[in-house]
Design a protein around this ligand. Structure first.
Ligand code: ATR
Length: 283
């Protein structure tokens, strides 16, 4: 589908630094696949220049932007509207210019949950308690989507307990229970889903040190890390027969609603796309 004015729809991702972003590769694949005359670029913008950059979107002809580190949490004052989802997650990853106004939303929670459902179809909110490791931005997106999905209990575990306590305070939901970092292995007992939202296991980082012995064999183990695709955590889980979900699908799925909002085409997330994005990893 093409823009009726035959004008190129300009979009992109803004971050600092930005060189490692896989988003141009991802959106570029869809633009080509659907024959859309659009453009998706990576923009390196320092935090202090973000407001000015967004203000200039109309004159630059840019109609949509993804935000990445460190802009997601600091963008709020520069937007005209921020939806409920982004407010609850405390971060904006999609900015769209409509009728001269800048709208912010967040699709990370959607990406998190859709990836889970797609790759672990037997899991449901009714399956049992969830253990979330980490209390940063990624954890917050995961928690919002899991609470909205109707899970009965989330055991929130973070190295720095005060950060987990603060998150629990923000959500003020009795289903969110903070547990001690030291007791992380024991707290896997009876869980139906374990999620790692930390950077542990990522290339260049130490692995997440956790003993899976108490985790039921049917529990899904979900690592939002995608480089490497199979972290030590997923390897250990797979070896004992637990279903596993890697983090690449979260990146792919969070992009789909933004692409649809900007280009009017709901894009497909499939294996061809996944393989194409994987080729973008330079080890
Ligand atoms: P993001 O917004 O991507 O989630 P973040 O806010 O920096 O990133 O959060 C990173 C998460 O990884 C945090 O939960 C952090 O724990 P702390 O709050 O204690 O810092 C966790 N993390 C990072 N390095 C860690 C390590 N070596 N051991 C345990 N947790 C770690």
């Amino acid at each position: 589908m093409t823009d009726t004015n035959q004008k190129i729809i300009k979009t992109g991702v803004v971050g600092w630094p930005i060189s490692h972003s896989l988003s141009p590769r991802l959106h570029g694949f869809w633009l080509k696949k659907y024959g859309i005359s659009g453009d998706y670029q990576a923009y390196a913008v320092q935090p202090e220049d973000l407001g000015e950059f967004l203000k200039k979107m109309p004159e630059q002809g840019i109609s949509g932007l993804n935000l990445t580190v460190p802009h997601k949490e600091i963008v709020f004052p520069f937007l005209d509207d921020v939806d409920e989802t982004a407010r609850r997650i405390g971060a904006v990853n999609v900015v769209s210019l409509r009728d001269g106004r800048l709208h912010g939303t967040n699709t990370d929670g959607y990406g998190f949950l859709t990836n889970l459902k797609d790759n672990a179809p037997a899991w449901s909110a009714a399956s049992g308690p969830v253990v979330v490791i980490g209390a940063g931005g990624a954890a917050r997106a995961a928690i919002v989507s899991l609470l909205d999905e109707g899970v009965s209990e989330i055991r929130l575990i973070n190295r720095t307990r005060t950060r987990a306590d603060q998150l629990a305070e923000v959500f003020d939901d009795p289903r969110l229970v903070v547990c001690d970092w030291e007791k992380r292995s024991a707290n896997l007992s009876g869980a139906a889903l374990l999620v790692n939202t930390t950077i542990l296991g990522m290339k260049g980082q130490p692995p997440l040190d956790i003993d899976l012995m108490a985790l039921p064999p049917s529990a899904v183990v979900y690592d939002i890390v995608y480089n490497p695709l199979e972290t030590d955590l997923l390897q250990a889980a797979r070896a004992r027969g637990n279903p596993v979900v890697d983090g690449l699908g979260m990146l792919l799925y969070q992009a789909a609603p933004a692409f649809e909002a900007w280009f009017g085409q709901r894009p497909e997330v499939d294996k061809i796309l996944r393989d194409h994005v994987l080729e973008g990893f330079n080890g």
